[in-house]
Design a protein around this ligand. Sequence first.
Ligand SMILES: *[C@@H]1O[C@H](CO)[C@@H](O)[C@H](O)[C@H]1NC(C)=O
Ligand SMILES: *[C@@H]1O[C@H](CO)[C@@H](O)[C@H](O)[C@H]1NC(C)=O
Ligand SMILES: *[C@@H]1O[C@H](CO)[C@@H](O)[C@H](O)[C@H]1NC(C)=O
Ligand SMILES: *[C@@H]1O[C@H](CO)[C@@H](O)[C@H](O)[C@H]1NC(C)=O
Ligand SMILES: *[C@@H]1O[C@H](CO)[C@@H](O)[C@H](O)[C@H]1NC(C)=O
Ligand SMILES: *[C@@H]1O[C@H](CO)[C@@H](O)[C@H](O)[C@H]1NC(C)=O
Ligand SMILES: *[C@@H]1O[C@H](CO)[C@@H](O)[C@H](O)[C@H]1NC(C)=O
Ligand SMILES: *[C@@H]1O[C@H](CO)[C@@H](O)[C@H](O)[C@H]1NC(C)=O
Ligand SMILES: *[C@@H]1O[C@H](CO)[C@@H](O)[C@H](O)[C@H]1NC(C)=O
Length: 371
Amino acid sequence: MFPKTLCSLWALSSCHLIIGAQGHKTDNDLWLPPASTEPSIKNPYVTSGPTYNVSSHQAIRIQSTTGVNSHWVGQWITTTENLHFVLISFSDVIPGGPGNSTDGGSANGCLVYSLDSGSFSSSFVSGTPTAVGQDRLKIQFGEQYELHSLTDDNISEISVIANFNGSNFSLNTTFQPRGSLLFNGGSGSFYWGSVFNHGWASPASYTTGTFTINGTTHIVDPKRSTTWYDRQWGEENPMQGWHWLPIQLENGIRISTWVLPTEQGALKAFATALYPNGEQEVVSVNPDIKPSDVWVSPNTNRTWYGSFEVSFLDEYNSVIMAISPDVTSRKFGEASFGSAFAFCDSFTLYNGTWKGESVRGWGIVEQWPAA
Ligand SMILES: *[C@@H]1O[C@H](CO)[C@@H](O)[C@H](O)[C@H]1NC(C)=O
Ligand SMILES: *[C@@H]1O[C@H](CO)[C@@H](O)[C@H](O)[C@H]1NC(C)=O
Ligand SMILES: *[C@@H]1O[C@H](CO)[C@@H](O)[C@H](O)[C@H]1NC(C)=O
Ligand SMILES: *[C@@H]1O[C@H](CO)[C@@H](O)[C@H](O)[C@H]1NC(C)=O
Ligand SMILES: *[C@@H]1O[C@H](CO)[C@@H](O)[C@H](O)[C@H]1NC(C)=O
Ligand SMILES: *[C@@H]1O[C@H](CO)[C@@H](O)[C@H](O)[C@H]1NC(C)=O
Ligand SMILES: *[C@@H]1O[C@H](CO)[C@@H](O)[C@H](O)[C@H]1NC(C)=O
Ligand SMILES: *[C@@H]1O[C@H](CO)[C@@H](O)[C@H](O)[C@H]1NC(C)=O
Ligand SMILES: *[C@@H]1O[C@H](CO)[C@@H](O)[C@H](O)[C@H]1NC(C)=O
C-alpha cells in the first residue's frame, strides 16, 4: 500500500496528465451529461425513421451459437465525492449448451477503471442466464448480473444490478436514454464480418445510482455522468475481430466508428455520427487506424495498443486521435478468462478535427482480436 499522501499526490498528477491531454478542462467536468431531456422513445427518428422497432427487439432471442446478442453499458461517472470512474457492464445471451437447448454460450462481465488512482478490475464470466424476461426486457445471471427495463417499452429506463464478487465490485445504476438513438449505418443494420447484423445505441443516457469497488461505496452525480448503452444482435460473430470506437465529443456529437475485416478479406470501415439535433450521418473511414503505444498484458501476454488515429473520408479530411492516458504503464482495459480469450475496452480521450472544427471528447477503444 502507498502511504495516503503519496496516493493523493499520484492522483493529482494523474489528473494533471488528463487535463493536459484535454487542454484546459477542470477535473470536475471531464464528461458531460445528456444535453437533451427528451425520452428517446419520443424522438421522431426513433419512431418514424427508417429503422426497426427498438422496443420489440430488446429481448429477441437468436438461433446461432456463433451469434451475438449483446447489451453493453458503458458509464463515465463523476461521483458526489468528485472521483472519476469508467464502469462497463455487459451481457451476451446466445444458445450453445448441450443440444442447443440452453444458453451455455452466454456470458456477462464488467470492467472498472478509476482515473484518479489508475486502478483497474475486470471480470468475464461464462454462464447460463437464470431468467430472460417474457413481458419486459430482463436478463439475469443469478445474483451476479441483472439488466432489466423499468418501463413497458423496454427502453425508457433500464437498470443494471451487478455483484461481481471476484472483482470486489457491485453496481446498482439506472439509465434513461435521451434524445435520438444512434443507428449504426443510419438504419441500424450493417455488414459485420460475414452477415448483416443489427446495432443501435443510446449514446447519451441520464445516469443515477451507486456502486461499490474494493469496499468503498460511491454515489453517481447525474449532472456529471453519462451512459452509452449499446445494443447489438445477429446470427454471426466476425471471425477476424474488430475495432470499435464510440466517440463522445464535448460539442454533443456522438460517433460510432467500426473497423471490421470481413470474412471475404475486404475491410469495412465506417462511422455513424449522431448530431444533437437528431441528424444521423454515415461517413467512410480509412481502415488504417495507425495503432501505436503498444503494451503487453501481464495476465494474458496479449498485445494491445494505447493510441489510434482515425481518418474520416469526408470532404473535410476529419481526423480524430484516440489516446488512452498512461495505458502503457497502467495496463487497463483487458477482460479475459485466461489466455484463450480476451478483449480490451480501454478508457480513451479523443481530440482532433471534425468537419473543420477542432474537437475533443472521451470514450473507449474496443480491441477485439480475431478468433
Ligand atoms: C413497437 O412495437 C410495440 C409492440 O411491441 C408497439 O406497441 C409500438 O407502438 C411500436 N413502436 C413503434 C415506434 O412502432
Ligand atoms: C418488451 O419485450 C418483451 C419481451 O421480453 C416483448 O414481449 C414486448 O412486446 C416488448 N414491449 C414492446 C412495447 O415492444
Ligand atoms: C447447435 O446449433 C448450431 C447452429 O444452428 C448447429 O450448427 C449445431 O449443429 C447445433 N448443435 C447441436 C448439438 O445440436
Ligand atoms: C481493487 O483491489 C484490487 C486488489 O487490491 C486491485 O488490484 C484493483 O486494482 C482494485 N480495483 C480498483 C478499480 O480500484
Ligand atoms: C462468488 O460467489 C459465488 C456464489 O455466488 C461463489 O461460488 C464464488 O466462490 C464467489 N467468488 C469469490 C471470489 O468470492
Ligand atoms: C437498487 O437501487 C434502487 C434505487 O435506489 C433500490 O430501490 C433497489 O433496492 C436497489 N437494489 C439492490 C439490489 O440493491
Ligand atoms: C474487497 O476490498 C476490501 C477493501 O480493499 C477488502 O477489505 C475486502 O476484503 C475485499 N473483499 C474481497 C472479497 O476481496
Ligand atoms: C509472450 O508472447 C510472446 C510472443 O508474442 C512470446 O515470445 C513469449 O514467450 C510469451 N511469454 C510468455 C510468458 O508466455
Ligand atoms: C491531439 O492532441 C495531441 C496532444 O495530446 C496532439 O499531439 C495531436 O496533434 C492532437 N491531434 C489532432 C488530430 O489534433
